[in-house]
Design a protein. Structure first.
Length: 395
């Protein structure tokens, strides 16, 4: 976005909570502790926030700077002026939260508005957290969102982080997330970019303790002239740590995608295992993908691998399905869904996984293709499906 267009954006001001009263979550069956952020501003949810137990803190960054400055200083965060709007979450040592936390980051723009937030999350020693972050827009007005998030995983802690982006085609969102892992920490991320005019995600992982693991999964579905950019940086600074990256995308029409994957293995990071993979399907000859996997290794006692593929729907799999009476349109649909399931299967929250499967099916036959004679089993299945989809998963 050039400078002249940037000048047309005005900074968002705190909205009225009632302006978002009609918003409904796309995952209504999921029971969570709900945290509301409207146009980048934290709004306390009295119905669910008070039920979070074990000393967990959920508040605005403004409140955190006033009441919990000591927790920020422990993480060597000295420049508190950087944090204006955003959310602060602190999970204390040995805490077990009964339900996932769900941050609803909802945008309702009246005109061209610039929204920014800087959030901080600390998962204490021996604690576990499941966090779901949903980016949504209520209307079709233009907005530009810039989010910064720092997450600290202390020793023996665990985080499952789900990020779902579903904004209108006139808006853009840039999210930069920093994960810092202590010793024996576990991080799993699931990134789903379902819709948006321009989406950019920058993911940074830093191993600062031994025997830690991270698994980074992503799925992006774009069409028309949409753009999505995923940039991932994983720094192995300590020995005996493992990392896995698997990002997959389907592009239709004139859509564009960029994937930049960077793995750095320091000279003292022996017994590192790191795998990186990016797979893409182009449905038209106008869609474009630029994939750049990169390894930088300064230790010989490691196991590292990377791969990238860009292709079309598999013809042999198409023949397999056509020979079993599946129409060409249905075969294409099944192939696209099978391509997605490798990532979807990594979600451990069954209620969330079921809803995501339905969202992906509707996205595929709603905009990436037609739902005429669709064989995907959504809420209103069109026909029965007698085929072994496991034969197609490695497409």
């Amino acid at each position: 976005m050039n400078g002249s267009s940037m000048n047309s954006f005005r900074k968002a001001i705190r909205p009225k909570e009632e302006d978002f009263a009609g918003f409904s979550c796309n995952i209504p069956q999921l029971i969570t502790h709900r945290i509301n952020q409207f146009n980048g501003f934290f709004f306390e949810n009295k119905d669910s926030g008070s039920k979070i137990n074990n000393g967990t803190i959920v508040c605005s960054m403004e409140t955190a700077k006033k009441e919990y400055a000591h927790l920020l200083q422990e993480k060597n965060i000295k420049d508190l002026s950087y944090f204006e709007e955003g959310i602060f979450i602190y999970v204390p040592k040995n805490a077990q939260i009964d339900l996932p936390l769900q941050i609803l980051d909802v945008i309702k723009a009246e005109d061209s508005v610039l929204i920014s937030s800087q959030s901080l999350i600390i998962v204490g020693e021996n604690s576990k957290l499941k966090l779901i972050c949903c980016d949504d827009t209520i209307n079709n007005n233009v907005s530009k969102t810039e989010n910064s998030l720092q997450i600290f995983l202390e020793d023996n802690s665990s985080l499952e982080y789900y990020k779902m982006e579903n904004i209108n085609n006139h808006s853009s969102i840039f999210t930069e997330t920093f994960f810092t892992l202590g010793e024996n920490a576990s991080l799993t991320t699931f990134w789903l970019s379902i819709n948006g005019g321009n989406i950019k995600n920058k993911l940074n992982v830093s191993f600062e303790g031994e025997h830690s693991i991270t698994e980074l999964y992503g799925l992006y579905l774009v069409d028309r002239d949409q753009k999505v950019d995923n940039e991932i940086s994983v720094k192995h600074n300590k020995p005996n740590c493992n990392s896995v990256q698997l990002y997959k995308g389907i592009l239709d029409d004139s859509a564009e995608a960029d994937f930049k994957g960077y793995i750095h293995v320091g000279k003292n990071a022996y017994l590192t295992e790191a795998i990186q993979n990016n797979k893409n399907i182009l449905l038209t000859d106008k869609a474009r993908v630029n994939t750049q996997p990169f390894l930088e290794i300064y230790n010989d006692d490691v196991k590292c691998a990377h791969g990238a593929t860009i292709g079309q729907l598999d013809e042999s799999a198409m023949f397999y399905m056509r020979s079993r009476g599946i129409t060409e349109r249905s075969a294409r649909m099944l192939l696209m869904y099978a391509f997605c399931t490798e990532v979807l299967s990594k979600a451990s929250l069954e209620e969330l996984k079921d809803r995501l499967q339905d969202i992906i099916k509707r996205r595929l036959h709603g905009e990436l293709s037609t739902c005429e004679n669709c064989v995907l089993l959504c809420n209103n299945p069109c026909e029965t499906m007698d085929i072994d989809i496991t034969k197609l998963i490695n497409t």
